[in-house]
Design a protein around this ligand. Structure first.
Ligand code: ATP
Ligand code: MG
Length: 370
């Protein structure tokens, strides 16, 4: 029998596949639980590598996976595109949350749409596209006000082509000819997301809905709470259906469009902590990062509550200069990444009991720094 090091030392050890800012904040925000973390990431010096043991390796490297099996009690992810086979391999020996099946579904837009539809959760109108002929037929049905999205590897609006004036042939070429869906563009009033923490023994705990504003397909600003008790209940009920079907443990996030007639339409989901939940570090009694770690470690979360209103502004492409907080009116996170067009480099959180003052502060900060 192989006794795991975690068991021997009586200290919980968690392996994280992916060492980006999400892993970094999972580690930072869970400090008080005295957990050891090991991150695996193929890139050089990812943000989390400063705060934990770091193994530079591909996610499916057997030696690294075996090391996690031997040393960790549980493995999680900070990135949904880890090969689900790697998670499956780990699952044969140790606990993996979220599980390989859940992650596999969230890696594929079509599988996501299928699970939403199966659970009677509205989605955008869409058609499966596997070649230029499919695309042409789909454009005939949905019109040119539609978006071609690759089924896999999409994030921050990448691998999406707005059809508009492109012919089917052109759009198919631009897409790199990968399996995709054509989705009807929604004229939404706003976008919201629901962040739920699925625990082993006390069901799912929810944060209030967050309102999200994107620029060029990338999240720019989140404001919480988005107060609407009917929508909150509906979003939670959708989340519960999905979490049940996926046997989910940990943080699961569903992004929605709210259309002009008030219908909540599921866009996509993330099997991990989410950018629209970064405000919870300052704006809630337990952050999404700590809550995820507690849920997967089976540490009881008594309740989740918020402190007033919060806003989170992403810092994208370039770190602003002279960003010194002189009066403590915001909290700045610098992920320590090199600057690159459309790369998320950090974020700023602002909290305020008064929503109007919060918005004023957000406007002031965006004017000074962006
Ligand atoms: P993420 O960074 O959230 O993973 P992603 O690349 O997976 O992004 P989506 O969430 O599908 O992509 O799209 C990014 C944004 O683009 C949406 O939040 C929304 O603002 C806009 N968008 C996407 N699909 C549609 C649509 N069908 N109708 C209108 N706007 C859309
Ligand atoms: Mg999205």
């Amino acid at each position: 029998m192989c006794l795991r090091v975690g068991t021997l030392k009586n200290k919980m050890r968690i392996g994280i596949l992916g060492g980006g800012q999400l892993a970094m904040m999972m580690i930072q925000m869970s400090e008080k639980h005295n957990i050891e973390f090991i991150v695996v990431d193929p890139s050089d010096n990812p943000p989390a590598s400063k705060y934990a043991k770091y193994i530079k390796s591909d996610y499916d490297n057997k030696e690294s996976l075996d090391y996690l099996i031997d040393t960790c009690d549980v493995v999680t992810i900070d990135f949904e595109n880890v090969p689900s086979e790697a998670l499956k391999y780990l699952e044969n020996s140790i606990s993996v949350y979220p599980g390989s099946q859940a992650v596999k579904i969230c890696q594929d837009r079509l599988k996501e749409k299928n699970i939403f539809n199966k659970n009677s959760i509205p989605t955008t109108e869409y058609h499966v596209v596997n070649n230029a002929k499919d695309l042409s037929a789909a454009i005939d049905i949905l019109g040119t006000d539609s978006i071609l999205k690759s089924r896999k590897l999409g994030y921050d609006g990448k691998n999406q082509i707005i059809i508009n004036k492109h012919s089917a042939e052109e759009a198919w070429l631009l897409s790199g000819k990968v399996d995709a869906i054509l989705e009807k563009k929604i004229d939404f009033q706003t976008e919201v997301s629901i962040i739920g923490v699925c625990t082993k023994s006390s069901g799912t705990l929810f944060y209030p809905l967050v309102e999200n504003f994107h620029k060029n397909g990338i999240l720019n600003l989140s404001i919480a709470p988005y107060e609407n008790s009917n929508l909150q209940k509906l979003a939670e009920s959708y989340h519960n259906k999905i979490a049940k079907e996926l046997n989910y443990i940990g943080v699961l996030v569903i992004e929605f469009f709210l259309d002009k007639s008030g219908v909540l339409i599921a866009n996509e989901m993330a099997p991990r902590v989410h950018n629209s939940g970064h405000w919870t570090n300052e704006g809630a009694n337990i952050s999404q990062f700590e809550a995820h770690i507690m849920a997967i470690s089976d540490i009881e979360i008594k309740n989740i509550s918020i402190n007033g209103n919060s806003a989170m502004m992403n810092i994208i492409s370039k770190m602003p200069e002279n960003i010194i907080d002189t009066n403590g009116s915001y909290k700045l996170y610098d992920y320590g990444k090199s600057e690159r067009l459309n790369r998320k480099l950090g974020h700023i959180t602002v909290t305020d009991n008064d929503k109007k003052d919060l918005i004023k502060n957000v406007n002031r900060i965006s004017k000074s720094f962006f």
